[in-house]
Design a protein around this ligand. Sequence first.
Ligand SMILES: C[S@@+](CC[C@H](N)C(=O)[O-])C[C@H]1O[C@@H](n2cnc3c(N)ncnc32)[C@H](O)[C@@H]1O
Length: 337
Amino acid sequence: MTALTPVLPDPKANYLRTGIHRVHGWLNPSTAVYLSGIETAQRADGITGDVAEIGIHHGKSFLCLALALPADQRAVAIDVFGDQSANVDQSGYGDRDTFEQNLATYGVGDNVDILQTSSLELEQNGFLTPGRRFRIFSIDGGHTTEITENDLRIAEQTVTERGMVVLDDILNRHWLGVITGLFRYLEHGGSLVPAVLVPNKLVLATSVEQAKQYRAMFAEHFAATREKADVPLAGHQVDVYADRPWLVRGENGESGPILEHEPMSTIPTARLSELEEQLRSSRAELDRTKRQLKTVREELRAATVPMYRKAARRMPWLARPVRPVFRRVRDVWRRSR
Ligand SMILES: C[S@@+](CC[C@H](N)C(=O)[O-])C[C@H]1O[C@@H](n2cnc3c(N)ncnc32)[C@H](O)[C@@H]1O
């Protein structure tokens, strides 16, 4: 069943409706709605601060956070980009040029800071020194256990008290380093508290009290898509939100679905003719194969019937018991022609 998004600032709503499918990356459309909606809801609730993401690729999820940010707030993008030797598990492939083009195309302002580094080097490069400043910290960089634990620690130490951390691929069966990293972080005394699960991402808050606040905030803005409440996870309770088709509502009163691919009308005529030609040639191939099959069947019949007759003449005592079977096979074969 289609769900309605909260009313979103127009740049975010337009990006979701007609832009996001053009940015390569890994982000469930429902999760894009949840990220965009909660970033907007935080501001309405007076939660201030910057936003950050580790693991940018081409900026698909980063744009959900950075679009329509107030001019006095920063959006910090962290990725190894050109230094892919530091991308130890080959999760994605950050491309700075494509990312910067996407920022320009979708109208993200001058308030983006790009840090080209491995997240494993952030601490020694002084990233923690300015202290707590992020109201959203999205983690989607390296997916190993070590990197996940490191990134959760970085987020824990830089997120504001009312801020939230979003951990990607928490239940992705191909990237089990993430869930292992989360449990290791918690075992080693990590203070972030799981609060909400959206498709493929876990939202964590800075305390049990703040986790309650985030669960309430999600329930207020996404009541219709809460699938299950109070699911136990690592000694806490999380609320689980569904993957749905959406009607995205903008401030200008327009609403529309999230485009997941280019509409057919934008396929060039030359490409359409090419596709028609491929279809014609596949049909001709299918006809040829059917004709060959018919010939093989006839040859098989021509070969087996005389063999059976010859055997029946020479060894009638052997042929008699199989005669009914032969007749049955022959009838079935005739009917199937
Ligand atoms: C799964 S992709 C990110 C997907 C992106 N968030 C999106 O919305 O499509 C992972 C990214 O993390 C980067 N990366 C991998 N290891 C990293 C590390 N140790 N530090 C920073 N970035 C890293 C890769 O270059 C890649 O761009």
